[in-house]
Design a protein around this ligand. Structure first.
Ligand code: ATP
Ligand code: MG
Length: 392
């Protein structure tokens, strides 16, 4: 029954002179994603509104699913388009619209007409009154409530008549590509995919770095991270994923540094290497899935030591979130099931029984002196041998 969707976009609407850039980015992203499914879609931008007109062999659920992966979309309103005629025709059309869209309806309602075609003989208020009356006559158990209606019938008078009354939620946020680029440290856990998704939701394009430790970590563990990157890419667009072989660095740390400092020292080298690729890729910051106090390496003291290893800003969108809340987002965005697959992570293999929870930077730096003889070579080799793929 539908022929079109009205795309609602919240925050973009309040942008000043740059508004059109955000709207163009949103329309472009919608076009890119819709091109992958069946149907002839026409995405148009008119007077601060974006419409997706649907034709050909398109499928409603599939189209909604695509639109729910486009950051910047707050709501998706399925629209029925009617041919323009006299007011009697419009009265009949709204009655038939309700019989299809809200059968057996007894709700309170309001009609809100908008006259884009200024030639139309009735004013918006006259249309409201006519259609309100037509609805009351056809559905006597419905009631008008202009302040807090259960159903709002939007009626737009354009070259044709657009009627809609339902809003399907979109992911919100800002269109991808409107906020620079960042480097996500992506592990196979629950948190980092969510952190990446949240940063991408603000319009940031993502690159990613994953550290593995073959043969201690398996090919399946690596594949899991590639799969996670693809799942994030469904929202965020293609992700350049650097896969770093971290084994020799980890073994050196394990052999020479105090075991209770292993994780923190390892994390510092991860940050340094991720920062190297971030600079190469033109990123403006690093992103991790850390949250205060979640584990020993995420206390305030540990985060202080981690930050000191790099110069770029480190964004931690989950810093104040509880695990339950993070898991709920992971479920919503579809990464949870992959994240809980039980493959080993490089951090869990070289882990200490009693890691420091309050590391002191000068002590950590002193321990790192034990790596001095060859750590630069090991880092260089790891960087040179890094495999880079595009996850999409
Ligand atoms: P996650 O669920 O994201 O793995 P976690 O609770 O397991 O988080 P840690 O293992 O302490 O936390 O890792 C903290 C952060 O460090 C991760 O969110 C991620 O950003 C980064 N990180 C950890 N391990 C790796 C790895 N193997 N490759 C890339 N980044 C990693
Ligand atoms: Mg982890």
């Amino acid at each position: 029954m539908y022929n079109s969707f009205l795309i609602k976009y919240g925050e973009i609407g309040i942008k000043g002179d740059n508004r059109h850039l955000f709207e163009d980015a949103l329309a472009k992203r919608i076009r890119t994603l819709l091109a992958r499914i069946d149907g002839d879609f026409d995405v148009t931008k008119t007077r601060g509104r974006i419409y997706v007109n649907c034709g050909g062999n398109w499928n409603f659920d599939e189209t909604i699913d695509v639109l729910q992966h486009v950051f910047g979309i707050v709501g998706i309103c399925p629209v029925v388009i009617y041919e323009k005629g006299d007011i009697e025709k419009l009265r009949a059309d709204i009655v038939s619209y309700i019989s299809e869209e809200h059968p057996g309806c007894t709700s309170t309602f309001k009609v809100k007409a908008r006259r884009v075609d200024k030639e139309y003989p009735l004013t918006s208020m006259e249309v409201d009154a006519e259609l309100g009356e037509a609805i009351l006559m056809a559905y006597p158990s419905m009631k008008v409530d202009v302040h807090d209606p259960e159903i709002l019938f939007d009626v737009e008078i354009r070259d044709e008549i657009y009627i809609y009354s339902k809003i399907i939620p979109g992911p919100g946020g800002m269109p991808i590509g409107t906020a620079g680029k960042a480097m996500l440290l992506l592990s196979g856990g629950i948190d980092s995919p969510v952190a990446g998704w949240m940063i991408a939701k603000r319009g940031v394009t993502l690159d990613a770095t994953y550290f593995h430790a073959p043969p201690y970590t398996s090919e399946r563990a690596k594949q899991k991270v590639v799969d996670l990157a693809k799942q994030i890419a469904a929202y965020a667009g293609p992700i350049r994923l650097h896969i770093v072989n971290f084994t020799d660095i980890q073994l050196a740390i394990y052999d020479r540094c105090p075991h209770n400092e292993l994780t923190i020292i390892m994390r510092r080298y991860m940050m340094k290497i991720a920062e190297h690729f971030a600079k190469e890729d033109g990123d403006l910051g690093l992103v991790t899935g850390e949250s205060i106090g979640q584990v020993a390496s995420q206390t305030m003291q540990s985060l202080f030591c981690t930050d000191a290893a790099c110069t770029m800003p480190v964004y931690r969108p989950l810093i104040g979130s509880d695990k339950n809340d993070i898991s709920a987002i992971a479920r919503k965005i579809g990464t949870y099931e992959t994240s809980i697959l039980p493959y080993e992570d490089c951090c869990t293999i070289f882990v200490a029984k009693h890691p420091v929870t309050k590391p002191i930077l000068s002590v950590i730096e002193k321990s790192e002196q034990k790596l001095k003889s060859d750590i630069d070579d090991l880092v260089r080799t790891a960087i040179e041998q890094t495999e880079t793929i595009i996850a999409k």
